[in-house]
Design a binder for this molecule. Structure first.
Ligand code: NDP
Length: 241
């Protein structure tokens, strides 16, 4: 029987590439999403991967979603916490709502999901968790105090939980993508992308979602069993950490 993997935000952008790469690597995949039914149904139609709607910022909804996935597909061995949002503003203009939405999705979402698969992984002495953080959690980014704080929090979460999971054969790792060509980044005006962002990337281009997905496939594989608490940067040479 193939292992079951859940990818949050797994129907679009980087998450869609992760879902598909895991399916191609032999996993039974469940792709979660928040509300864009049209994109989720199109993804399901194109790939055959089942899609499940719930909000990762809500603990109860995560529990219900996880129970549904496990009833339909089997117990969860692999969790990829990929769902994320931005609500950018300079700090002096940032509203409490912009702060809370970003932190609740990008950081508390990791707690809401991981906490509810952790007991099963411990009982079975096997698990793989991969958290999709960001280069902006490593270096900070003006206009993104909320996002940078949440993504930096993801790295602390990863390092601490890895220590707790180690004796139970559960690995917990993070990936920090640089700029990847998804809707999140392509929403940036073309002039800003071409004149300010891409020139900062030593390889001279945006990353592809599949380039992040391949990192996930490696980190969840048996070959990566000795790698835990690590942060893998995939940023085209932009930041060397
Ligand atoms: P997209 O905006 O393309 O896709 C986001 C996905 O997350 C969608 O499937 C969306 O669902 C889902 N989602 C958003 N909020 C929630 C929620 N509350 N509950 C469940 N699902 C949710 O994002 P990207 O693919 O660009 O980003 C994926 C991850 O990678 C994020 O964590 C992001 O911060 C991180 N990242 C991205 C970078 C980039 O350059 N693109 C760089 C560094 C990090 P729906 O379709 O229903 O809205």
């Amino acid at each position: 029987m193939s292992r079951v993997a859940v990818v949050t935000g797994g129907t679009r952008g980087i998450g869609a590439a992760i879902s598909l790469a895991l399916k191609n690597a032999g996993y039974t995949v469940a792709a979660n999403y928040a509300g864009n039914d049209e994109k989720a149904n199109a993804f399901h139609g194109a790939t055959g991967i089942p899609v499940f709607k719930w909000d990762v910022s809500d603990y109860t909804s995560c529990g219900e979603g996880i129970a549904k996935v496990e009833a339909e597909l089997g117990v969860i061995d692999v969790l990829v916490n990929n769902a994320g949002i931005t609500r950018d503003a300079m700090f002096h203009k940032m509203t409490p709502q912009q702060w809370h939405e970003v932190v609740n999705t990008n950081l508390t979402g990791l707690f809401n999901m991981t906490h509810q698969v952790w007991g099963g992984m411990r009982d079975r002495s096997y698990g793989r968790i991969v958290n999709i953080s960001s280069i902006n959690g490593q270096k900070g980014q003006m206009g993104q105090v909320n996002y940078s704080a949440a993504k930096a929090g993801d790295l602390g979460f990863t390092k601490a939980l890895a220590q707790e999971g180690a004796a139970k054969n559960i690995t917990v790792n993070a990936i920090c993508p640089g700029y990847i060509g998804t809707e999140m980044v392509l929403a940036v005006p073309e002039k800003v992308l071409n004149e300010r962002i891409i020139p900062q990337i030593p390889v001279g281009r945006l990353g592809e979602p599949e380039e992040v997905a391949r990192c996930v496939v490696f980190l969840v594989s048996d070959d990566a069993g000795f790698i835990t608490g690590s942060t893998l940067s995939a940023n085209g040479g932009q930041l060397f950490v």
